[in-house]
Design a protein around this ligand. Sequence first.
Ligand SMILES: Cc1ncc(COP(=O)(O)O)c(C=O)c1O
Length: 339
Amino acid sequence: MKLLDFRSDTVTRPSAGMLEAMFSAKLGDDVFGDDPSINELESYAAAMFGKENAIFCSSGTMTNQIAIKVHTKPGDEVICDKLSHIYHYEGGGIAFNSGSSVRLIDGDRGRFTAEDVQRNINPDDIHHPITALVSLENTCNKGGGAIWDANAIESIKNLCNENNLPLHLDGARVFNAMAETGQSAEDVGRQFDTISICLSKGLGCPVGSLLIGDTDFIKKSRRVRKVFGGGMRQAGILAAAGTYALKQNIDRLELDHENAQCISNILLNQRWIESVVEVSTNIVVGNLKKVDDQSQIIEKLKELGVLCIGFGEGRIRFVTHLDISTEDINRCEDILKKI
Ligand SMILES: Cc1ncc(COP(=O)(O)O)c(C=O)c1O
């Protein structure tokens, strides 16, 4: 019986169409700049967001870390939310790679306001680190897939412009946000200086992320990617999956969101669930009645064929994705009832 794997939207396997695109990809050595499939993907993604250029990397951690490295110098400071992936889940990379400190905002499910940013920009005073970058995450993973309000981002962008600060988007799941807000990629492109998108999450690729920005920024990013050991050779085989995903797998994301809503409703009917964080996109976070039951419940679900993860004290997370169908949701309901 198929395991129902809700641990993350990264667990998908490439579809037959994607594999076909990968097998027929034209390849070259990308460190020499001559892999046609990578060049095609980078141009396609840049044009999509109305930007000049893009660089293909192995992971979202790498694209975020390259962006931070290019935007900052040692001793600078990065403003982001306390729940942000760049702070929580990138191994202390901001300090390790860029020698920058982090100024955390205590936002709402990962989202903050221009006023919050204003309060956290350091004055020009030798005692303080130099505020060099503002970064936000849309959707916010640790905020349960929360979506940013486009006007809030606009205000932050205006403030950044006034203060000569670049604005970076960790858009690992920005297509999930766009599916709900109706914003276009070009709308998003106008609001940020640099954008990281992940191909290996909701879009179903086995590997890959893109960092998108202007020509000068991407030129600097290519140098940093090389230093990070991220220069790849015939990686067009992966890029072909990316181009396929950008063309084929964006429109269906709403289905993942509907499935996530179903999971939320199912969870709310279980006596061991206290509450569920309001579902905005494809991430469902349930609060358990008994905090101490967390590992036991995850283990029991695993035995019955449903995989999910712990997401902080007394919380479990389910993520819907390309490899979860409506029938899988029905099966999941039957299994959850057995706990
Ligand atoms: C919001 C966010 N940003 C960045 C990443 C990093 O992506 P990767 O796992 O490809 O390094 C993730 C991964 O889960 C994420 O959720």
